[in-house]
Design a protein around this ligand. Sequence first.
Ligand code: SER
Length: 344
Amino acid sequence: MRKRALLITGAGGEIGHGLIARLSATSETPIITLDVAPLEASLTPYVAREFTGSIMDGALLERILAEFDVDLIFHLAALLSTRAEFTPVTAHQVNVEGTLNLLEFAQHEAESHGRPVVFMYPSSIAIFGLPDLDTKAAAGRVREDDWNCPTTMYGCNKLYCEHLGRYYTHHYKQLAAEPPAGHVDFRCVRFPGLISAITVPSGGTSDYAPEMIHAAARGEQYDCFVRPDARIPFMAMPDGVEALLKLAAAPRERLSRTAYNLGAFNPSAEEVAAVVRASFPGAAIGFKVDAKRQGIVDSWPADVDDAAARADWGFAPEFDFARAFSEYLIPTIRRRYQGEGLVR
Ligand code: SER
């Protein structure tokens, strides 16, 4: 008999950290993880079985399939937008071929146990591409199907995988003589920049906000790599994790879309710097613009319309800009730097 489990890929990353702790408190299903690096010690007590390896390793996925009965997957493994620009072919392999491998894994799981496999996928504001700042200013809160013209490899990868997920959910093997017994139930949120008090992201383009906050907490000088007026949406990590869990639990018939925009607050880089200076007196924040990363941020919307997520499955972020700092980021970061240390 195979053992029942839910699978998290990229479990040791930013989102995985918050998700594992939260899931282990709320879900009775044992958690199994797949990550290229071993999980850090603080996460392993929550995990029934840890696989260290790549989502590109078909034999490893076969082993997991043979041993575990999985009907919920959080496929978090990815190379983020800045890193992907340096190694676009590798990014495509990990972000697209890796996702295809996981979708096939999910399909085989569904066929083997005859139940749908809910496949949770974090997409991104990077799937949008606005051609210039005037258009960005005029566009305001961008809706899901507008401006789907990404300028980064990561954005192209995420947008295509949204479509792959839709294909697996609604059209997989549509010409086959016999329809497959089970199927993938793909559900996707498009995260804005995520800000965690526990981890510092690596390789993303929205990293300037979390980097600024964590540098100030460490008493280090920080040069922000985008202009003070750069504006994109952000969200506090607990709201991101909650959104994944809420969408995973939503009744299928309530979902009118495959991919949902999510937003919470959308400060400019200068507004973030001002709150960080007020929270950490003495914070030394400068601006040293990296034209290429600035170009990516300029192509992302200043805000998103997330009405569909609110209407279909009750998305309601707890933290606005002020509360994200006063009730989550500042107290949690202070505690961590004073005592437990920070996960890097
Ligand atoms: N935070 C991600 C990045 O900057 C976007 O999804 O790449």
